[in-house]
Design a protein around this ligand. Structure first.
Ligand SMILES: *Cc1c(COP(=O)(O)O)cnc(C)c1O
Length: 483
């Protein structure tokens, strides 16, 4: 494909885009149980888009040139700090998302300890993959801590035992994405503080829900900056603050802790470089949109949305528990619900497909060690009216999955998977696996279409050990992103 010699009229381009969008899952209406966060409020998206439009063309690189961005960022950070137990010294940064907040928290922790030569990061295995990414990017050794296979929480004593003189950061989740449970933050922060190590709370997904649930009377353990020993905290505004994609906040207990997050460079002949985030030139649109949404909804707006989400989550949990063959994991302490299958339960990958057929997207999560395979649902305010119809279809889908029976990976293929070396996997071997999964790349690798049913592919991926699965995913993405 090349740039057309003659450009197309604006309306035609937009019509083309609308046609492309027809293949996407719905972002509103509560049928997509992952990736999207819907407040269900009419006009909220329009407000966000108008705010974004108002700052189009501005460059977040230099807040002295565009002081409106400085004001909005300081206001957003102050609101987050106030909500999440910050004190008078609390500072922060608006980033592009949870991953960037986490990358920067790890970078700040590493670069705040130049005395440590081979830095380590201690994190429960349930911590978000972004910590593994940060470890890989910044060459920090990831030290995983096992969690209880029933509660999905780490034992603070195990966290304490994992801390060494090389540990620069200890992580706790509030809650974890996978199972929606809150790590023992108070105890973990205490053992980190005892060793003089920073402690980051990943409240990316829970940070804009849990404080409101606490106000609604839900018992809530300490998890925020008011907990002694917690030195930084991340909260994504593009999740439960219902802002458009591209905004998260990284808070630090004080300015001293934030200093090593910043990057400055004066040793080149261009403009003096000072960046708070990974990006340099950056769009102002996500910040302005988030600022507008926060200003518009206010505390009462979020409290009402949190109340709807709480009611929806409770109904969903009770409804899933009542389905024979399914069991809710955790139990969840936030608005994320993961359920597994009982011994005589349905094949979860088949169940996911049966739900897809019925117009619902749920997210399969693979087993890890003693932690079971499950299906993940992110509940939002817009889910509330969809719980009963979903449960009706779920019961139906479970019956259909039983009738279909489990998908089994051929024993020969499982054996073959064991022989594959992720570090030397060839494209022929990958092609063989695609064929085994019933997939074939389109001509020249392009026009690759996923099948309507994913159970066979998920079963194949589940049979591959994590290192091999990572390699397969990389090959797969390489194939998808071949123009
Ligand atoms: C979503 C999430 C992240 C990562 O955030 P992105 O915005 O997807 O980069 C990190 N931690 C938790 C607990 C999350 O739910």
């Amino acid at each position: 494909m090349t740039l057309e010699k003659q450009g197309a009229p604006a309306e035609d381009v937009l019509a083309e885009l609308a046609a492309l969008r027809a293949a996407d899952l719905p972002t509103h209406g509560g049928r997509t149980w992952a990736y999207v966060y819907d407040s269900g409020l009419a006009g909220l998206d329009a407000l966000a888009h108008r705010a974004a439009e108002a700052v189009t063309g501005l460059n977040g690189l230099d807040p002295t040139v565009f002081p409106s961005l400085l004001t909005m960022e300081n206001e957003v950070v102050a609101a987050a700090a106030r909500l999440l137990g910050g004190g008078p010294g609390t500072v922060g940064t608006v980033t592009s998302g949870g991953t960037e907040s986490i990358l920067l928290a790890v970078k700040a922790a590493r670069d705040g300890r130049h005395d440590v030569e081979r830095p380590q990061l201690v994190a429960p295995v349930t911590a978000h993959a972004a910590f593994a990414k940060a470890a890989e990017y910044f060459r920090v050794e990831l030290v995983p801590v096992e969690v209880d296979p029933v509660t999905f929480r780490p034992d603070p004593a195990d966290v304490a035992a994992a801390i060494t003189d090389r540990t620069v950061l200890v992580v706790a989740s509030a809650p974890s994405y996978a199972h929606g449970v809150i790590d023992p933050v108070v105890e973990i922060a205490a053992v980190a503080a005892e060793r003089g190590v920073r402690c980051h709370v990943d409240a990316c997904i829970g940070g804009w829900v849990l404080p409101f649930w606490r106000r609604l009377g839900v018992p809530m353990p300490g998890f925020d900056l008011s907990v002694p020993g917690v030195t930084s905290l991340s909260v994504d505004l593009h999740k439960y603050a219902y802002a458009p994609k591209g905004t998260s906040v990284l808070l630090h207990r004080d300015a001293e802790l934030r200093r090593s997050q910043y990057f400055a460079f004066a040793d080149w002949p261009g403009y003096s470089m000072i960046n708070a985030t990974m990006q340099s030139t950056k769009s102002a649109a996500p910040l302005a949109a988030a600022w507008a949404v926060l200003r518009h909804l206010g505390e009462e707006g979020y409290l009402a949305l949190a109340e709807q989400t709480l009611a929806a989550t409770r109904t969903l949990i009770a409804g899933v528990e009542a389905v024979e063959g399914l069991r809710v994991l955790g139990p969840p302490q936030a608005s994320l619900v993961a359920f597994g299958a009982a011994d005589d339960g349905p094949d979860l990958f088949v169940l996911a497909d049966e739900l897809t057929v019925r117009g619902w997207y749920v997210q399969p999560q693979f087993a890890l060690g003693a932690l079971p395979t499950n299906l993940h649902l992110t509940v939002t305010a817009a889910s509330a009216p969809k719980i009963e119809p979903f449960l009706a279809d779920l019961r139906d889908a479970v019956a259909a999955a039983h009738a279909h029976g489990p998908v089994a990976v051929d024993a020969g293929i499982v054996e073959w998977l064991r022989t594959l070396d992720p570090s030397t996997l060839t494209s022929e071997e990958f092609g063989g696996l695609l064929a085994a999964g019933g997939l074939a790349p389109g001509d020249g690798g392009g026009a690759f279409a996923l099948p309507a049913r994913m159970a066979e592919i998920n079963a194949l991926l589940a049979a591959a050990p994590p290192r091999l699965r990572e390699r397969l995913l990389i090959e797969f993405f390489g194939l998808l992103y071949t123009p």
